[in-house]
Design a protein. Structure first.
Length: 56
């Protein structure tokens, strides 16, 4: 039996925010976490921000 994917769609919920809007809240959200983890999260979001800017 074989399965074929005929279409793919991506729907964003109405409460999504851009990476730029989320960045100021990171210090609050990451308080109490290990420094290494906080740096990793910030770096990955900055990379996402650059990717978003490149695509638009």
């Amino acid at each position: 039996m074989s399965v074929k994917i005929t279409a793919v769609s991506k729907a964003l919920p109405p409460y999504t925010r851009s990476t730029e809007e989320i960045m100021p809240f990171l210090d609050i959200w990451l308080s109490g976490q290990e420094d290494r983890f906080a740096r990793k999260v910030k770096k990955s979001l900055r990379m996402q921000l650059l990717t978003d800017a490149t695509l638009s």
